[in-house]
Write a protein that binds this ligand. Sequence first.
Ligand SMILES: *[C@@H]1O[C@H](CO)[C@@H](O)[C@H](O)[C@H]1NC(C)=O
Ligand SMILES: *[C@@H]1O[C@H](CO)[C@@H](O)[C@H](O)[C@H]1NC(C)=O
Length: 206
Amino acid sequence: MHSLFILSVMLSTAVAAPFGLVAKRPLDDRDWTRSKRDGCPAYLTEGQYEFPHYMTQVSKSEPNLAFGPQYNGIFTPNDVSTVFSFDIPESRANDTCTLQFIFPRQEQLKTSSYAYEGTGTFVFTGYNPGNCPGPQTTYNNQPGNGPFPQFPPIHMEPGYAYTIDVGPCSVGAGTCVAGMTSTNDTYFSYFQDKDSCPIGIYTSYS
Ligand SMILES: *[C@@H]1O[C@H](CO)[C@@H](O)[C@H](O)[C@H]1NC(C)=O
Ligand SMILES: *[C@@H]1O[C@H](CO)[C@@H](O)[C@H](O)[C@H]1NC(C)=O
């Protein structure tokens, strides 16, 4: 009874808060179930997802440096973090938004490559909906944290898709939903890409 209560509290917290690991699924070499093209470990349903509208980095050791628009996610231990922002159209107000990180193994990707070295501990922090990062964003002036407590670190390694959050799109509909991903133990750099096989962070609608 007691543990069931704790479990249900944990589950409802995971669904209600904007960041925190909800689920993890292994990626096969081919995602047959939703396959339109051959040979990708994961697919995004056309018209039912958002690519990050804006990505940039911030650096704890260079807190006033504005990196400007970036196409790579870059992470170094306790220093460089990646900020990402999604535009959620007003028309999606009644949809459910799923934030996921698609992380295939290198040999499952056709063209893109990435560098990953370390233990794979990552922390997602959600900014206040409507506080959008931009060319001026630095570590020191990044958008304020949202109303939710920071989630415990998650472990991300190649070969999986990580569902980081599931929640109502109404939170950010008509504006942006943005956040920062940091690590304390991993060097990771990848090119955010959907044109060959998807890799990186996406918001999907359902
Ligand atoms: C969302 O649902 C409400 C209540 O049913 C409706 O009034 C509103 O028009 C819907 N919004 C969108 C964007 O579909
Ligand atoms: C990184 O953070 C995790 C979780 O807080 C902690 O368990 C781990 O020891 C940290 N690693 C390093 C290298 O500081």
